[in-house]
Design a protein around this ligand. Structure first.
Ligand SMILES: *Cc1c(COP(=O)(O)O)cnc(C)c1O
Ligand code: SF4
Length: 341
């Protein structure tokens, strides 16, 4: 009944994504020029000096191509534009609000919750999302090379309670296929690992990343695979993204989406409803809607809890239950994400 796995990818060019990844927009002026944005007309045009120095601009061209020219309020632009609001200091923001360093068991491995561990599988991302809670994370110190992974692989092997291994980052899909195949195989051969989960924004920002080779890697796993995409707005999903998502689904992965509730990007009911609907049309079910963590540099994205709860009530009244994401927040020290509502 299903169409063959790869027929949904129109032209498969295995090296294309790496070309795109090595030619990101990194100069704010170039992004402004591409989008024909007038810098005199908008207060957002002022750049964050500190924010940019600490977390440079990175925008893949296929993602920028989905932005609307001339529109400062574009929801995709807002996610990547380093506005001077990032440099506003506040006592309620911190560099490591999730206290992740406490949960670092072995190099590259975080364990916060029962039964599952998270590996920071790659040190970099294809895009720099300005709201990122890991924007201050020391990847250099936390992303081992092949040899250094042995300690973490041993930790998983010696703990039969660990049934799920999560590849995160950075973005694990920003790594090359041979490294990824190697890491997946290392994890897949541990008998008590039942599920391998991948968290990635790559299929959204550079859909060309979803190659035939990647799909075969996923379909050949012994473990069940879960692929969690990170998409915050329906406008991020064009035909190519849709084809990439369907290809992952056809490769046999359970496909879910995690979004972040962001002021000025998706903090209205209509936007969240459209996102769920568009995801479903791409074979993806909504999983979590995160309240942003209180990280230095991201204060201007924060939506307060009562506002978020009102939005969710409205979303629930418009959609079937399976299209309503769970509104969650991360509280350090809890044994799971905190469900709101
Ligand atoms: C969020 C997170 C997970 C996954 O939690 P789920 O509720 O299973 O999605 C696992 N490990 C770490 C360290 C996390 O931050
Ligand atoms: S892709 Fe994810 S980890 Fe990378 S910058 Fe964006 S939010 Fe952060």
């Amino acid at each position: 009944m299903q169409t063959p796995a790869l027929s949904v990818i129109k032209s498969d060019q295995p090296e294309k994504w790496q070309e795109i990844l090595s030619d990101l927009i990194t100069d704010p002026k170039e992004l402004l020029a591409n989008l024909k944005l007038d810098t005199t007309a908008n207060p957002l045009a002022a750049l964050a000096a500190k924010g940019l120095a600490q977390f440079p601009l990175k925008v893949p061209r296929p993602f920028a191509a989905r932005m609307e020219p001339g529109n400062w309020a574009d929801p995709l632009l807002r996610q990547v534009w380093p506005s001077s609001l990032e440099d506003v200091e506040s006592d309620s923001l911190s560099l490591d609000p999730l206290q992740e360093t406490h949960f670092n068991k072995t190099p590259g491995l975080l364990q916060k919750y029962h039964g599952r561990v998270l590996l920071t599988a790659a040190p970099h991302c294809a895009v720099h999302c300005r709201y990122c809670f890991r924007r201050h994370f020391d990847y250099a110190a936390n992303t081992p090379g092949r040899r250094e992974w042995s300690e973490s692989i041993a930790y998983i092997s010696e703990n039969p309670d660990i049934s799920e291994v999560i590849l995160s980052g950075g973005d694990p899909m920003a790594a090359g296929d041979s490294y990824l195949a190697w890491l997946l195989a290392e994890v897949d051969r541990i008998p008590h690992v039942e599920t391998i989960r991948i968290h990635s924004r790559l299929p959204i920002v550079i859909p060309q990343r979803v190659t035939t080779q990647l799909c075969s890697m996923l379909s050949e796993l012994r473990s069940k695979s879960v692929f969690i995409t990170h998409c915050n707005h329906a406008q991020e999903i064009d035909e190519e993204v849709q084809a990439a998502l369907k290809a992952i689904r056809h490769a046999g992965s359970t496909l879910l989406n995690q979004a972040v509730l962001l002021k000025g990007v998706n903090d209205y009911a209509d936007s969240l409803i459209k996102l769920s609907t568009m995801l479903f049309q791409s074979d993806v079910l909504p999983y979590y809607l995160h309240l942003p963590d209180r990280v230095t540099g991201t204060g201007h994205f924060i939506v307060n809890e009562s506002e978020a709860l009102k939005l969710m009530a409205s979303v629930r009244s418009h959609l079937p239950g399976y299209l309503v994401p769970q509104l969650v927040r991360e509280d350090p020290g809890n044994n799971s994400k905190t469900r709101l509502a």
